[in-house]
Design a protein around this ligand. Structure first.
Ligand SMILES: [Zn+2]
Length: 329
């Protein structure tokens, strides 16, 4: 086993492995700056805030990853980064954070290799997806509307393992088939930025393996070969001509209205339409048994709760958008 310590800086023309090491070890602030500069250098027009970096591309696909990791409170920069050259794996006793720094590496690598999808890097995914929410809210949702209009689907580089894909609440079978064509196996996932982005942008989303294992623990490691398989597949996928893949959620918010003393919204569960009414005006509290109306299965409850929360955020967002569009009319 060969063990080497990581270099800290990545310069233009440095090897892919050095770029990957940089993504794994940089602080979040450094990474925000670095990604912004790299995208600018590649001709992207950038929108950068504290919460996200977005670059509009010429291919009609949005690819995304998150810069935050569960380890960031405990560390400034990863100093002890180890690479096993034989197995091609990275790990760190400080916590690797390949979830989702390896996803950020994929974004950069794809751009470096000459493809120009739209790109989104967020903060706060591990803490409820607030970077993704800020992106949707940006400029009274006008950015989100433009992104929705200009893209056919979303690819998140944020999933453990090797050639796996997760679709959250998306139920678009044509999209499953499309992703499968590139070698990805379908798995189930609970929450990611795309749980927030996909329903609001009304675009189908898949999160694809970024090669990490045991994420959110100190024994997390990254399998570089698995990461490279995803990059290869995504590079074949992006130039493939497709139509628009709509979100088609199993539980889709189809109509929303706000009442002075609560929120009401419709959900579609298969062919069943249900009107759901929550009487907490801030929509914060609701009893888990209320959810059983929509979900018969206990197993799904945790997932339902997370999803419903993102739904409620979107409800408020849609109302804001509605008001901003029609208030002056
Ligand atoms: Zn993640």
């Amino acid at each position: 086993m060969t063990v080497t310590t990581a270099t800290t800086a990545t310069k233009k023309g440095a090897s892919n492995l050095n770029l990957l090491k940089y993504c794994l070890s940089a602080t979040k602030k450094e990474l925000f700056h670095f990604v912004t500069q790299e995208l600018k250098r590649s001709g992207y027009q950038i929108i950068k805030t504290h919460d996200f970096v977005h670059g509009k591309g010429s291919l009609p696909v949005l690819i995304n990853a998150h810069a935050d990791t569960v380890h960031e409170d405990e560390r400034k920069r990863v100093k002890n980064l180890f690479f096993d050259a034989e197995r091609r794996t990275f790990w760190s006793p400080q916590g690797l954070g390949a979830d989702d720094r390896s996803g950020v590496y994929v974004l950069l690598k794809i751009v470096k290799d000459g493809l120009r999808p739209s790109v989104l890097m967020t903060d706060g995914e591990e803490y409820g997806g607030w970077g993704a929410s800020a992106f949707l809210d940006h400029d009274d949702c006008s950015l989100a509307l433009e992104v929705s209009k200009n893209n056919n689907y979303i690819i998140g580089l944020d999933r453990r393992g090797d050639m796996e894909s997760v679709f959250y609440d998306c139920a678009n079978r044509d999209f499953f088939r499309f992703i499968k064509k590139f070698g990805f196996k379908k798995r189930r996932g609970s929450f990611a930025d795309n749980s927030t982005l996909s329903p609001f942008l009304e675009l189908a989303a898949a999160n694809l393996s970024a090669g990490y294992y045991h994420e959110h623990t100190k024994s997390e490691y990254l399998d570089v070969s698995a990461l490279e398989r995803t990059i290869k597949a995504v590079k074949r996928m992006l130039p493939t001509k497709t139509g628009r893949f709509s979100d088609d959620t199993q539980l889709a918010l189809v109509n929303k209205k706000r009442k002075s003393d609560g929120c009401a919204f419709y959900v579609v569960d298969g062919n069943k339409h249900t009107e759901k009414y929550l009487d907490d005006p801030d929509c914060h509290d609701f009893e888990p048994d209320e959810l059983e109306l929509m979900y018969g299965d206990d197993r799904e409850l945790k997932h339902a709760l997370t999803y419903l929360q993102s739904l409620l955020v979107n409800t408020r967002r849609c109302n804001q958008l509605f008001l901003s569009q029609y208030a002056g009319a």
